[in-house]
Structures are given as structure tokens and as C-alpha cells.
Design a protein around this ligand. Structure first.
Ligand code: ATP
Ligand code: MG
Length: 577
């Protein structure tokens, strides 16, 4: 009958479907932005458990950020509601923490080990290095080297200081499970047996330790699906190495490779311009990528402003214009036209920038224009004022649900503090409440979740507001209208004023890929803007157009000025590169 023939794979195109249907063994999905990699991954997992009878307990999906993991869990819950609760969706760090909690004794940790917050990390580093300046340098050096698999001797004192307090740091969350599984084959075998189906999204950004963990969990002929795009590798500065992606087929010789070539996300001009921008140093030469979505034919808008304030004003005016005048339509109001500018709502816009401080003039311009926005913050809840006090008080043994203990702790702390600090503590309780409620009475889980980096970040992809994000934070996301501001030499590629002159070529390539990531977030409209001068490090500096945009194809782009009405797109069919 009809119902029996519908499948979870019906929403996939033939290539995606072929990838999702691969019965087992190593699988590499290599494909450009917007080709449905993440979509294929979620459908594949749902298909395996719902239609192929794979026990959900055996499935492990790994993504890079907690937000991406939460989104994936949500999508899986929609696709496979009866099984989703038993699937494991994790980041490398949350997976590592889980292994350490289960194996703490073998890993040489106390049962109630904690994860050091930045303050405690620093304290441990000061113990090892002597003074704060040396300690900060030690932390930065040691972290990067440990992620790329080294055990720098100068880390020893720092790690000892942590362990004396029964603490691990963030890097330990991957490094310790790796050491444990390497030294104890039985434990490794037990985890391999538990997680027989593993998938990793954004595989181009794994670092050495994460790679080692994967190789310990997945045998060479195991059911490991790696998904990624080498041209979107943007975390080298944190120790990631796109080389692991590129050598997947050597590591897993029986791997099948599937390429996806249809881009569902962006219009042809946007895609063409982005490919042109990345082409000089692409890691996927000759790649095929065809736009198939229905996202109009607007050209890529380029804008040159005198100052960063003028650039921000351009952004605000363009948003107003696309929303259809100064009054805008909310998606919630139900006033949606079938076509035309007012089809857009505030949540359809994103402003992307290289450095966080570039957000300031944009926020000012949007505020002046009365346009609601939300900035993605990277503050961790754990670093908020007041939280530290409460956590300290929570160390005393206690009974009852986390929220009640939290309130009691807050009252006790607040009574001892000056008025302002006491107010912080009460605000902190409000911020912590949702997490506390999720954790029932499990104080340890509450602490773990906090330490893993629950963000205060109220950024909500569904809220009816303009999104302001760094280019890094935009990874994996998409928006109908995207502005990349500050397309200038010195910002893209980034060079810190007063920084060394010697250019690290690989770092510059990575900056180019970062621009590629940003440009490929756009569906219907992409604007690339730059300012002739900008304040950097307290001084006004002249800036020139980003060299990455120097030879954009004129047929795909047009100069725009927000004041002038945008001319109709040319009706000639533009050919892709
Ligand atoms: P990125 O490299 O940026 O992470 P991606 O390859 O993971 O991109 P997705 O985010 O999975 O791409 O998909 C991009 C967009 O295309 C999404 O809106 C998705 O729903 C849509 N899409 C993907 N495949 C299809 C399809 N077969 N039919 C319709 N829409 C699709
Ligand atoms: Mg994706």
C-alpha cells in the first residue's frame, strides 16, 4: 500500500539518497556548501534506525558545537520520534566527558572530578609557571600543542596542579579518553561494540586528538560516516587539520565516497562569486557544484563606504529597503506576499563580520533605524557574574532538586555580599534556571553542562530579529539575505595592527575559506561591503578592498548604494564558472 512505500529517504535527491542508503562500512561524503550534507546525515541516521532496524543505542552522531548538536537532536526527534531519545548526539567534548565519567577510575580521576573553568585553569597555570603573564602564555601554547597530539613537557606542572584539585580541562576531555582507549584495548573494544554506527559532520575541522579518538572508536572497516567540505576548514588556529579529511580514504581503504553536486541554498550568482573567491587556493579543484534552488537571480551587491559608520548605515538602509520601506512585515503578522521584497522578515537577515568588535557600528545603525537584532554572544553562562559564587556554595553536600539547592545557595551567598554583587547572584539564578530544571537533581550533570559551555547566548535562529554573527559562528547556517561587512585587507585576511609582517600562507588560505563560508550562507541576496577607513586599535586606519575580492567576476556582481533603487537583474542567463 501507499503508506508502506513512503520512506524517510523520499526527501532526498538521488545522490543524497545513495549516500543515505549505503548499508555499512566507511563512507565519505565530500561536498560543497548547501548540498544537503547535514540533511543527508540526519536522514541517514533516521533511516538506519527506523527502516533498517539498527538499534538506536548503537548510533553516535558527532558535531562540533553544542548548538549544532542540539539542532541535530531536534531534527532527529522529528524524523524518528520513537527512537530519538536513545540516539547519542554529541560534541567531541561531551562524548569524551561521558567516557571519563564512566571510566573515571581507569583514567585516574576521582569519581566527582570537575571541569576547570577559565579562572581555575589560570590558577593552575600560575602555580606551574610562576606569574600570570607566563601562565597565560603557557595556557595558549599548551592547549594548541595538546590538541595536535603533543605532550609538551611544560604542560606537566599545570596538569599536576589541576589533578591535585580533582579537575580536568577542556583539552583533557578528548586527550584523556584517547590515552585511556590507547592503553586499554578491552575498554576500547567495549566502546567500539557500543557505538557501531558513527557519523561526524564538519569532518574537515577535526584536530589530531579528535581524529585519534575516532580511529579508536571506528575500526578500519567500521561504519563511520565522515561528512565535510575541505574548502570550509576554518579552525586551523585551534589545532584542526584538514589533512585528516583528505586522507580518509587511506585510513579507511574500503571507504565509499559520495559527492553531492546540487546546491540547494544559494542563487547562481552568489554561488558563482563564492566559488570564484575560493578558487585560487581551493582544496577541491574541479569541483562540480550546480545551483538548483529557487532563490531568484539577484546579483551579488558590492558596496564601498567612506567609514565603518557609513558602511553600517548602508546595511541598515538596505535592510529597510528589502523589507519594503521603513515599516517591515513580521513573519508572525501573517502578511506575507507570494513574491517581492516584503516576503522577507527580520529573521531572514544576517550580518557577518571577521572580528567581534565590528558588530558595534552595525548595532548602532540598526538601533537608530529601529530594526531589532540579536547578536550571537560567545559568553559562557559559567563566566557570568554571580555564577561562580553560587557554584562555590553548591560544593557543599546537599539534597533535593538542583533548582531548590541553587536558590538556597544564592540566598546564602547573597546575604554575605554587597548589594550590587548580591543582585548579580539573583540574576544568575534566573539565567541558570532552565539548565537546573533540565538536570532534575543531578548536581553533577548540572556542573558538567555548565562547564561544557552552555552559552548565555540568547541567539535564537527562529526569533524575528536580524542576526549578527562572526564568520566563524555562521558555519552550517543559512539566511535569505547576508551581508559580509569589512571585506578589507587586514580584516580579510585578518592582520592584527602592529602584528608581525611575515605572512603565514596557510593562515591566509584559511582566511579565504572563511570568506567562502560567509558568502555561501546566503540564499537570495549577498552584499559584500568595505570601508575606506576604520578604527583599529584606537587609531583610524586606511584600508583597501580585500585581495580575495579583487577579481570577482563583474558579471556576477554589481556595485550598490542603498539610496538608489536596485536595478532589475539582467535577464541574460548567467553562466557559472
Ligand atoms: P554546509 O556545508 O553549509 O554545512 P550542507 O551541505 O550541510 O551545508 P544543508 O544545510 O544540509 O547543507 O542543506 C542546505 C539547504 O538545502 C537546507 O535548507 C536544506 O533543507 C536544503 N536541501 C538539501 N537537500 C535538499 C533536497 N534534496 N531537497 C530540498 N531541499 C534540500
Ligand atoms: Mg552542514
Amino acid at each position: 500500500d501507499r503508506a508502506a512505500r513512503t520512506s524517510l529517504l523520499d526527501g532526498l535527491d538521488p545522490d543524497q539518497r545513495a549516500a543515505a542508503e549505503v548499508p555499512g562500512g566507511p563512507l565519505l561524503i565530500i561536498a560543497g556548501p548547501g548540498t544537503g550534507k547535514t540533511r543527508t546525515l540526519t536522514h541517514r541516521i533516521a533511516h538506519l534506525v527506523v527502516e533498517r532496524g539498527v538499534p538506536p543505542e548503537q548510533c553516535l552522531a558527532i558535531t562540533f558545537t553544542r548548538r549544532a548538536a542540539a539542532e541535530m537532536a531536534e531534527r532527529l526527534a522529528a524524523l524518528a520520534p520513537a527512537h530519538a531519545g536513545r540516539l547519542t548526539v554529541a560534541t567531541f567534548h561531551s562524548l569524551g566527558l561521558r567516557i571519563l565519567r564512566e571510566q573515571h577510575e581507569r583514567a585516574g580521576l576521582g569519581a566527582d572530578f570537575g571541569i576547570a573553568d577559565p579562572a581555575r585553569q589560570l590558577a593552575a597555570a600560575v602555580e606551574a609557571a610562576g606569574d600570570e603573564k607566563k601562565a597565560r602564555k603557557l595556557l595558549a601554547d599548551v592547549s594548541r600543542r595538546r590538541r595536535s597530539g603533543e605532550t609538551p613537557p611544560e604542560a606537566a606542572g599545570y596538569v599536576e596542579a589541576l589533578r591535585r584539585q580533582n579537575l580536568v580541562d577542556f583539552d583533557d576531555l578528548v586527550a584523556l579518553p584517547v590515552a585511556l582507549l590507547e592503553s586499554d584495548p578491552d575498554v576500547a573494544a567495549a566502546y567500539r561494540d557500543r557505538f557501531r554506527w558513527i557519523s561526524v559532520d564538519e569532518y574537515q575541522d577535526v584536530d589530531e586528538q579528535q581524529y585519534r579518538l575516532l580511529r579508536l572508536l571506528a575500526p578500519p572497516d567500521g561504519n563511520l560516516t565522515a561528512i565535510g567540505d575541505p574548502d570550509q576548514a576554518i579552525y586551523r588556529f585551534r589545532g584542526a587539520d584538514v589533512g585528516f579529511f583528505l586522507r580518509f580514504r587511506q585510513d579507511f581503504p574500503s571507504a565509499r565516497t559520495v559527492q553531492l553536486t546540487r546546491n540547494y541554498r544559494s542563487n547562481a550568482n552568489i554561488l558563482g562569486a563564492a566559488l570564484r573567491a575560493v578558487s585560487p587556493t581551493t582544496l577541491v579543484p574541479g569541483r562540480e557544484l550546480r545551483p538548483v534552488g529557487d532563490h531568484g537571480d539577484a546579483l551579488v551587491g558590492t558596496h564601498r563606504a567612506a567609514t565603518e559608520q557609513a558602511e553600517a548605515a548602508f546595511v541598515a538602509r538596505t535592510i529597510e529597503r528589502l523589507l519594503g520601506g521603513t515599516s517591515f512585515h513580521s513573519r508572525d503578522s501573517g502578511r506575507v506576499d507570494s513574491d517581492g521584497p516584503s516576503e522577507l522578515s527580520l529573521s531572514d537577515f544576517a550580518v557577518l563580520y571577521r572580528t567581534d568588535r565590528q558588530a558595534r557600528p552595525v548595532m548602532e545603525a540598526l538601533t537608530r533605524a529601529g530594526l531589532p537584532f540579536q547578536k550571537r554572544s560567545h559568553d559562557r553562562l559559567a563566566d557570568r557574574p554571580g555564577v561562580e559564587h553560587i557554584l562555590h556554595e553548591l560544593r557543599h553536600p546537599g539534597e533535593g532538586p538542583v533548582l531548590r539547592r541553587l536558590r538556597r545557595a544564592a540566598d546564602a551567598v547573597a546575604a554575605r555580599l554587597p548589594e550590587e554583587a548580591a543582585a548579580d547572584v539573583h540574576t544568575a539564578v534566573d539565567l541558570l534556571r532552565p539548565l537546573a530544571e533540565r538536570c532534575g537533581d543531578d548536581v553533577q550533570r548540572f556542573r558538567d553542562e555548565l562547564a561544557l559551555g552552555v552559552e548565555v547566548d540568547s541567539w535564537d535562529p527562529r526569533a524575528d530579529r536580524i542576526s549578527l554573527l562572526t564568520l566563524h559562528a555562521s558555519k552550517g547556517l543559512e539566511f535569505p539575505v547576508v551581508f559580509v561587512v569589512g571585506c578589507e585587507d587586514g580584516l580579510l585576511p585578518l592582520r592584527w595592527p602592529g602584528g608581525g609582517e611575515e605572512d603565514d600562507e596557510e593562515a591566509v588560505r584559511e582566511e579565504r575559506r572563511l570568506l567562502f563560508v560567509g558568502m555561501t550562507r546566503a540564499q537570495r541576496h549577498l552584499y559584500l561591503s568595505h570601508a575606506d577607513e576604520r578604527v583599529r586599535n584606537g587609531a583610524v586606519r586606511k584600508s583597501a578592498l580585500s585581495p580575495f575580492l579583487a577579481d570577482l567576476d563583474a558579471a556576477l556582481c554589481e556595485r550598490v548604494d542603498a539610496a538608489a533603487p536596485r536595478r532589475k537583474p539582467k535577464d541574460t542567463q548567467l553562466r557559472l564558472l
